[in-house]
Design a protein around this ligand. Sequence first.
Ligand code: PM9
Length: 469
Amino acid sequence: MPVKRSWAEPYKIKMVEHLTMTTRLERERAIADAGFNTFLLRSRDVYIDLLTDSGTSAMSDMQWSALMRGDEAYAGSDNFYHLEAAMRRHYGYKHLIPTHQGRGAENILSQLCIKPGDFVPGNMYFTTTKLHQELAGGRFVDVIVDEAHVPESEFPFKGNVDLGKLQRLIDEVGADRIPYLSLETNVNMAGGQPCSLSNIRDTAALCQRHGIRVFLDATRAVENAYFIKLREPGHADKSLSEILLEICAHTDGCTMSAKKDSLVNIGGFLAINDDELAEQAKNLVVIYEGLHTYGGMAGRDMEALAVGIEESVQFDHIRARIGQVEYLGHRLIDAGVPIVRPIGGHGVFINASKFLPHIPQSQFPGQALAAALYVDGGVRGMERGAVSAGRDSETGENILPSLELIRLTIPRRVYTQAHMDVTVESVTSLLEDRDKIVGLAFTYEPKHLRFFQARFTPVGADRVLNTAD
Ligand code: PM9
């Protein structure tokens, strides 16, 4: 039998950033001061930061040297043209409109295309995307496959659009009230779950028959391409770059938060094929972001992004990146922790409803678990459940989503396997003491994207949350 050979990360570490170790007492104080919201913690009080993979990646030496090539001209910076070429080479769209990050692109697309009373179907909501659709007068309609709402389902393409649901929406409201379909790759709120290329093709064909545009949320499209290569028959021999181009070729353009796949700390863009729509977007971008050749980014940041796009499609990079997420996921599964299956691309999502069955969803088990995990081990995750879902824009009622999760999101090229091991130990020790964790109630609820800034207090507890001493 051949000897099994291991593989390791395709990089070595050139510079380190020190982490702060805190005591349990210090963490209890910090989370109480933060209103039991991990977004309100100071990063210096966090040991292992798994809040998000957004803008938290380590840039390569090539990207850092690209920063020195910044051409900070107000108009027509060289870096814009480098970025445009990289976007065209790997995403294949015609026009590039840079934005400061993903939501800047979402704002412009929503304002351009959505009229009051419109419906915008999508494969599960994303917080900022849905809010911009609503602010423009639209209503988001979830057309993702049912499997996406079932944490235990092993369906390999939980990001897929349910064509029946989409067709029913078209029949009900009429194609002229659907400006576009918003198609997310490696669907974040479903647990980083991919769409298959055949589903993307069929969805685009259905939309095209009804004259409905398709805009991709390409934020994690490269990670989606990796899953297509691995799981979908017929694509194993293609490069990630080829699959990525194929995904994009079925769509009319994309919004992009470059802070994820593309390995930069800030940046994003809107890409559009249609000349007229692109002209309108270039006109709007000057109001909200900046001139159309920088749109909210410094020249140096555009250059680092151009290099980041090239690095992001390297197979070894994605294999190591998703390999690390899988390592964490498998270790948690082995320890009996309920997580969303299959293991996703950018993080491991713990099923908080199952982890804390004694806490009703109205008392935010995901939020409570994220706070408790921080107190236990200094590990910062993020709630992805009822707090993130917010309120129904028409009824004002709390939305109680089928997925009540906490996300342990892995920044790219930042942490080692030992950090994953420490995280597993903390989660498993919490599992043993889970009865001591109590639910939470709002003390402050902001109007928009409440998960970022909300504050809470433990329900019916006269002690700090989850002091398992
Ligand atoms: N995602 C994330 O942590 C950052 C902030 S929201 C908690 O997952 C998708 C699929 C995203 C996303 C951000 C955006 C917005 C759009 N689409 O954060 O504005 O995951 O660059 O992008 C976050 P920006």
